[in-house]
Each structure stands twice: as structure tokens, then as C-alpha cells.
Write a protein that binds this ligand. Sequence first.
Ligand SMILES: *Cc1c(COP(=O)(O)O)cnc(C)c1O
Length: 395
Amino acid sequence: MDTTANSALFPTYSKYPINLVKGEGTRLWDDKGREYLDFMSGLAACNLGHVPGKVKKRLQEQLERVWHVSNLFQIPDQEKLAQMLAAHSCADLVFFCNSGAEANEAAIKCARRYHQRVLKNGRFEIITFEKSFHGRTLATLTATGQDKVKDGFFPLPEGFAYAPYNDIRAVRDLITDKTAAVMLELVQGESGVHPAECEFVTGLSELCKENGLLLIVDEVQTGLGRTGKLFAYEHYGIEPDIVTLAKGLASGFPIGAMMGKQKLRDAFSAGSHASTFGGAPLASAAGLATLETMLEERLFERAERMGAYAIQRLTDQLRRYSVIQAVRGLGLLIGIECREPVAPIICELQRHGLLVLPGGSHVIRFMPSLYVSKEEIDRAVDIICTVLISSGFFV
Ligand SMILES: *Cc1c(COP(=O)(O)O)cnc(C)c1O
């Protein structure tokens, strides 16, 4: 299989030469029948593991009825999913779209319009953070605090300023009479699993209240149980004005959501923002079944327990390898920081049947399904040890 030169796809990905054809729980199989332990969960989308039964059943039922009608009509599952998200979060209202970038794009638009049309103060600027990741649309890659995603895409939209993460004073210094909001991830996932410090987040929440700024929390990766709470903001005892979701919301079926407080309702009116596919019947059915399962089985608690076990186990077993710099994380969003670039280690782990994801150049991201068992965690840690020993230069 030629994955590069003769491909009809734009070369936006450097794809692994593996064709995964079947999944069940935390396991995947390729077209040659090889089994893999999946500790990347389709980039943190498959929080319930692969092909979760209840979601599959609801999707099959909806497939038989109707697939798409547009948001000009009632979509009962979409309303139910919004009600359920509101009931279990600090938000009151939800806008559905199809991806994390779109959810953040909606958040940026909502923040600007709230200030410009509701408060009528003309504010537009959004403070974000270095090493953040918010998506690949023009506005969200501009919000992203990493130069690599901006290369060659100039000119970028105006209205963003960047502070170092965990530095409250730097944020205070960036606030002007044009500042509308602060947007952050509570665990910076893509750049290598960096959790925000508690005092920083509570301080930020206070600072936003004092200055009339909206606090936007990007939970595209941390949301829906991944960190050991339904939403990562619960760890910090704060209530953001806007929370964005996508990855884990429908078990791998595309959906995104921007959730916001009641006061933001009038930021939007009919026709001011829209999405053709957002929250369509199939996506909403998958989202509803996913959230119901998550809440009925209290899977976020399981993520908290298994995450603590995994961090302990990784710390104990990997301590003796000099290549390992640190193990850190929240729930089942875990980073193993190495002193070497991790790309070759990741390929070697694949050959040993373990799928993991890089976070930045030096971090291995460890994010299995929330159903992962202790035995599966033990097996994954054993594979990492085997690879570190057999490849010699990492010891
Ligand atoms: C993945 C991710 C996004 C982008 O989501 P897409 O669905 O790829 O657009 C945005 N923010 C965070 C924190 C992410 O992890």
C-alpha cells in the first residue's frame, strides 16, 4: 500500500502504514488480523471504547428512520442532548456543530457578539495562551499559541493576544478596553499534557469577573469524563461562561458543541450563526446515547480511579529509565515526557501492539477508553518497558 507518492489525498497527515478494520472496547485489529491495545482512542474521541453497544444500537435505530433534515426543523434528540448537557454542567444553552474547531469558532463569535451587540462596548480581543491548541480554522489557528499551525496562512484574523500559561500577571498586563474574553484549555493536550495550576485558574476566573471578560474553557479534549470529572473545570471549582466540546461527545461520530450561560442567549439571534449538519439526527442520537451511558455508569469516576492507577504504575515502572523525564496527567489524559523525540518510540510501540499518540515532540500521550482495565494498563506499561529495554539507546 503506497501511502504517500501515489495517494490522491493532500499530504496533510503522515499516516502510519496500518489499516485498522475492526474495533471493540480498548482493542483494535488491522487487516492482517493483528491485535492492538488502543491507548489513543481515535485522538481522545472514543471515550467509551470502540463500537460501544448502546451507541451502536441508537445509531442503527436512527439510520432506519431519517438521517438529515436541517436545523430548520425540530430535532428531538438534539434538544434532549442540549437539556442533558445543561443539566449536568454550569451552562444553560448549547449550539451544536461538527468539530472542535467549529465549537471554538462559535465561542469566539459568541464572545464578540455578546460584547458588541448585547453590552454594546465594542470589545473583541481574546487572550489565549502559549502552547495552546484550539483548532485549524483561520480564527482558531490564530487563537492557538503555536507558530507551527500558522506557517504560510497569513494574513490571520485580528483580535488575539497571547500570555504564558499559568502566569496570571501576564494575563492582567494584556487586558485592555478591547478585551472581550480569555480562552484556555485546563490541560493543554496537544502540546504535551500540561495541567493548569489551581491558583492560576481560580485567579483567572476572578480576573475575568472583575474586568467583565468572558471565561471560555476549551474542553474539546478534556471534556466528557476524560479527566476524571464530566468536565475538567469541575476540578478547579470555577464556572466558565462558555465551554466547548467535541471529541468525546458522540463516541467518534462527528459532533461539536458550544455551551454557554443564560446571559449569552441574546448574543445570537435567528440567522446570526448556523451549521448545516450541526446536531443532525444521527450525531444527536450518538451524542445522547454516549452521554446517557457516561452518566448511568459514572464513567468519569472510573477514569479518575484508572487514571490514578495508570500514573502510579507508569511512575513506578518507568522511573529507572533515564529517557523518562516525567509522568503527569489528570484522569485518563496522561503524558509521559521523554528526553528524546518520541516519534521512533511510538512506531516501535506500534510494532509491539500498543497504539499511543505524541503530544508535542517529546511527550507520549496515554489516553485509553474510560473502560480500560487494570490488566490492560499493566500490559501497556509492560510493552513500553519492553520497547525501552530492547531498543537499548533509551535505557
Ligand atoms: C482536537 C482539539 C481541537 C480541534 O478539534 P477538531 O475537531 O479537530 O476541530 C480544539 N481544541 C482542543 C483542545 C483539541 O484537543
